[in-house]
Design a protein around this ligand. Structure first.
Ligand SMILES: [Zn+2]
Length: 312
């Protein structure tokens, strides 16, 4: 994977001041005829953040729809066109968009491209055992950690529209306050689960930050990326764990096929332990646009309610 840092906020400012003056029109039909710079975000979580800070001042387009797995996502021709006409591209980084490294490097030659995950100090990221120098990309599950991404998004948007700086700053302050409140709410909800049931079993290892921050043990059937399939050994180990510890519920994820978790549940049943599927979690992709789960806040609340209800 390329080692090039794609965060170019300071360097690109003079160029941006020029490009910010023209209305964005990429002809995608998703813009609703609005004017202002075109911002393309890879994941829904980043798109939601950018929309909340930009308000009506920019057009924000999210590439990955609900149910899309960012580890495997490859942009369509239309997506590439949109990125090509964007004034700003925001992505998660930390190799979440595992198949987009090349296109993002190419796009960075013509516009500002910012990896929001790159601003978080490495000391606060989870290091991946067995992958030296690589870090867990799923940082949006620690709401407090995710709140650090407000800064780079605000900075990039302000670079595009310095004339609206104070308005953007005010909205960013509101977003930050909301995130800190959400963080406290999650903490309370998870605290309420009895200690011997505080274990979250999911399809892939997306919830590490969630577990660290809110003190719940996390076990994923697949690894950090969904690119590698879970093996039979992983499956057996997980079944043993669920049966031995009498774990009441396991969870499916909206962006990962259900079948592997369903086979785990079937194997537990055949060993006499009636584990339930506690519900569907939105892990790497948010819910459909226009629903509560289609926002970052709503997605987090849905996940936490689902986990707390099933394990309590
Ligand atoms: Zn993931």
């Amino acid at each position: 994977m390329d080692k090039k840092r794609l965060v170019l906020v300071g360097l690109m400012l003079p160029v941006l001041l020029v490009s910010a003056c023209r209305p964005a029109a990429d002809g995608s039909g998703a813009d609703g005829g609005r004017e202002g710079p075109l911002v393309v975000a890879t994941t829904g979580m980043i798109g939601d953040l950018a929309s909340k800070i930009a308000g009506e001042r920019a057009t924000v387009v999210t590439l990955m729809a609900t149910g899309v797995d960012p580890h495997l996502f490859r942009p369509s021709e239309g997506d590439v066109r949109r990125m090509g006409s964007a004034d700003l591209i925001l992505y998660n980084g930390l190799h979440l968009e595992g198949k987009m490294g090349e296109i993002l490097s190419r796009m960075a030659r013509g516009r500002l491209v910012v990896a929001v995950g790159d601003v978080v100090p490495k000391s606060e990221l989870r290091e991946l055992s067995g992958f030296q120098g690589q870090h867990d990309p799923h940082l949006w599950f620690d709401v407090r950690l995710w709140s650090q991404t407000v800064g780079p998004v605000l900075e990039a948007l302000t670079g595009l529209m310095p004339e609206h700086g104070s308005e953007l700053q005010a909205r960013a302050d509101g977003v930050l306050a909301g995130l800190l409140e959400l963080d406290r709410w999650v903490e309370e909800q998870i605290e309420g689960i009895p200690a011997d049931r505080k274990i979250l079993v999911t399809a892939h290892d997306a919830f590490g930050y969630f577990g660290d921050r809110y003190r719940i043990e996390v076990v994923g059937l697949q690894g950090i990326s969904t690119a590698a399939e879970a093996g039979l050994q992983d499956m057996d180990r997980l079944v043993d764990l669920i049966v031995e510890r009498k774990i009441p519920a396991v969870f499916v994820e909206s962006s990962v096929p259900r079948r592997s978790i369903e086979s785990v549940v079937a194997a537990c049943h055949s060993r006499g332990h009636q584990v339930l599927i506690g519900g569907e979690l939105f892990s790497d992709a948010m819910g459909p646009a226009g629903t509560e789960e289609g926002t970052y806040d709503g997605m987090v609340r849905h996940n936490v309610r689902t986990i707390a209800e099933a394990l309590r």
